[in-house]
Design a protein around this ligand. Structure first.
Ligand code: NAD
Length: 303
């Protein structure tokens, strides 16, 4: 069973994507009276159309997450124009801590996927607050950045998105690191097919992709929901998928006591393995900068 905490735009769409892929029964939890119940009822009525025979329940009762294999936290505020990145971190950290207490109480053996932003900071907070082993707490961010990176490469080359292999690491935010020199189309490095300006355009589009959507419609929904379902599938079905995931580092890539996106194997136990490899000079410098952006916020939060 999967519990999704936060039945807002991302949480409810993620739940529906999980049902659509027939990954698992879902419990949807929100503090807003009736919201999760209403979303669940709506989804149940769609169940025959999506050929889903399992259970979907909406509730305000955290106790209903008991027995969950995976808990996904999408609860929290989205950034308002007047809010700084730190204001958002401070407010959502409070919400995250209160939710993690409930998770520890009712689903002590679960894997815990964090979606609420700023996701690297929230993953760090959830890891510390839960006391879980680090493989069980991870954040969704870079895989979404990677999907966007792949889409823009495919568009520029005029080829199928399916044939693009690529990775984004670092902060899920402005300092993210799209790994240009490791991206390929069916094994051919993109750097040998595209010019410098085209690559710069792709990298910039990838970096602003989230805010480009937010400027137009207020929030991002379908892409994060689809990505959450991919990660849920990897865990519930033990698929050992390789993707950029925010995880707590203990010396990997030269950093400790920080949660940041790095390539990982995602399976039954959550993070089965962190894949560490030598980054080229440019990527390594960008990764270090990205890590220091996250570290600054963690230090401020601790203060
Ligand atoms: P939303 O406002 O539509 O939904 C948030 C929901 O959380 C609301 O329904 C609210 O009632 C609920 N909530 C608040 N406190 C709660 C608590 N203590 N327990 C249970 N529910 C609670 O927002 P959204 O658009 O769904 O976004 C949710 C979060 O996901 C935001 O922080 C957003 O920035 C983040 N997000 C992350 C990514 C990513 O790539 N990691 C992508 C998109 C959105």
């Amino acid at each position: 069973m999967i519990s999704v905490i936060g039945a807002g735009k991302v949480g409810s769409s993620a739940a529906f994507s999980i049902l659509g892929r027939r990954i698992s029964d879902v419990v949807l939890i929100d503090i807003a009276e009736n919201l999760a119940q209403g979303e669940a009822l709506d989804m149940m009525q769609a169940a025959p159309a999506i050929e889903f025979d399992g259970k979907i329940k909406g509730t305000s009762n955290y106790g209903e997450m008991e027995g969950s294999e995976l808990v996904i936290v999408t609860a929290g505020l989205a950034r308002q124009p007047e809010m700084s990145r730190f204001d958002l971190a401070e407010k959502n950290a409070k919400i995250m801590k209160s939710i993690v207490k409930e998770v520890v109480k009712y689903a002590p053996d679960c894997k815990l996927m964090i979606v609420s932003n700023p996701v690297d900071i929230m993953t760090y907070v959830a890891f510390k607050e839960s006391g879980f082993e680090r493989n069980r707490v991870f954040g969704m961010g870079n895989i979404l950045d990677t999907l966007r990176f792949r889409s823009y490469i495919a568009t520029e080359l005029g080829v199928s998105r399916e044939d693009i292999r690529a990775l984004v690491i670092g902060e899920h935010g402005d300092s993210m690191v799209p790994l240009v020199n490791y991206a390929s189309v069916s094994g051919i490095p993109i750097a040998s097919l595209l010019g410098k300006e085209q690559i710069e355009k792709i990298v910039n589009l990838t970096r602003t992709s989230g805010s480009d959507v937010i400027k137009l419609k207020g929030s991002t929904v379908y892409a994060p929901a689809a990505v959450i379902a991919i990660m849920a599938d990897a865990v519930l079905r033990g698929r050992n998928r390789v993707m950029g995931i925010s995880t707590y580092l203990q010396g990997e890539y030269g950093f400790s006591d920080i949660a940041i996106g790095v390539p990982c194997v995602l399976g039954k136990n959550g993070i089965e393995k962190i894949l560490e490899f030598r980054l080229d000079f440019e990527a390594n410098e960008a990764f270090k900068k990205s890590a220091s952006t996250i570290q600054d916020v963690i230090t401020k939060l601790k203060g």
